[in-house]
Design a protein around this ligand. Structure first.
Ligand SMILES: NC(=O)c1ccc[n+]([C@@H]2O[C@H](COP(=O)([O-])OP(=O)(O)OC[C@H]3O[C@@H](n4cnc5c(N)ncnc54)[C@H](O)[C@@H]3O)[C@@H](O)[C@H]2O)c1
Ligand SMILES: O=C(O)C1=N[C@H](C(=O)O)CCC1
Length: 269
């Protein structure tokens, strides 16, 4: 039992944090050794099981990242960009595998995470579900097969608490479509159309974001040509799919050489 990899979950009170805690607690392949929240949070010092409205788990919520990471083999982190950049440095210091699900990371954030990955194993993906990672591969294939008569649009929908757009998943799908077409997404990306935008440019990849209610996450990649349309779609109905993928990544990362990996590596896709 004690030989099982010890996992720390950051953002313990969050939508994903709570799902991850349940997933690790129910797993027979890992053990929950710590849960982290931001300093000043109401849950600090209390038992996480009770905070989540259930039986005690014997793990108190902490705000001391370095102390927790020092006793963990992996840190699963679905929080916010500033926190994730800080945790990347601390996880590298502790030589713990850092699984990053946080989205909305800037170029500068990504550079800092990449620097941390020189000393530690980092697995980062804007979506940790098997279905979406398969959809990414399908998107690359379809984009490579269809010519520019097919306009590519990525349409995503999420709950009304989501703070970043386009979603991390939408960006993964856009990157895959651009790669399939042999172009750089930066050169063809159309975001946030509003007003007199002019006609759509041939070869561009458009993004649209819907926010409402409790939508867990829905993504369409639309290939629209004169006379026909192809639509690739993923619908998430349960956050457990992301948590299961993240735990798989934490276990897969044990003993791997330092570097930055993604879910394609973990899933062997
Ligand atoms: N990659 C994926 O598969 C995937 C799936 C779902 C969500 N996400 C991403 O995960 C992130 C979190 O999503 P959510 O819906 O759980 O958000 P949320 O707002 O419910 O939870 C975020 C939690 O992080 C905590 N936090 C922020 N700063 C912190 C710090 N410095 N120290 C400790 N805790 C801190 C907050 O207090 C909060 O509890 C978002 O970026 C989201 O896009 C990714
Ligand atoms: O709820 C969220 O926030 C989600 N974020 C990820 C993204 O940005 O793609 C994955 C889906 C859920």
């Amino acid at each position: 039992m004690t030989n099982l990899p010890g996992i720390v979950i950051t953002g313990a009170s969050g939508r994903m944090g709570q799902m991850l805690i349940k997933t690790v607690q129910e797993s027979d392949k890992a053990r929950l050794v710590g849960v982290l929240e931001r300093p000043g949070h109401d849950w600090i010092g209390k038992d996480i099981g009770e905070c989540m409205g259930g039986a005690p788990m014997g793990v108190a919520v902490s705000d001391d990242a370095l102390e927790l990471f020092a006793h963990a083999q992996a840190v699963i982190d679905f929080t916010a960009p500033a926190a994730t950049v800080e945790f990347a440095g601390l996880a590298a210091q502790a030589r713990a595998v850092h699984v990053i699900g946080t989205t909305g990371l800037s170029e500068d954030d990504l550079k800092k995470i990449n620097a941390a990955a020189r000393h530690a194993t980092v697995v980062r993906a804007g979506n940790m579900s098997l279905g979406v990672n398969l959809l990414v591969q399908l998107t690359k294939k379809v984009a490579a097969a269809l010519d520019e008569d097919f306009d590519i649009e990525v349409i995503e929908a999420h709950h009304n608490k989501k703070v970043d757009a386009p979603s991390g998943t939408a960006l993964m799908l856009g990157e895959a479509a651009a790669e399939g077409r042999g172009v750089s997404l930066d050169n063809v990306s159309d975001r946030g159309r509003d007003g007199i935008t002019g006609a759509r440019e041939r070869g561009h990849i458009g993004f649209s974001a819907i926010r409402g209610g409790d939508i867990v996450g829905e993504h369409d990649v639309l290939f629209a040509a004169p006379g026909e349309r192809v639509v690739l779609r993923h619908i998430a109905t349960d956050r457990a799919i992301f948590a299961r993928g993240a735990l798989k990544a934490a276990l897969w990362g044990q003993g791997k050489a330092p570097g930055e990996y993604d879910m394609m590596d973990v899933l062997g896709l």
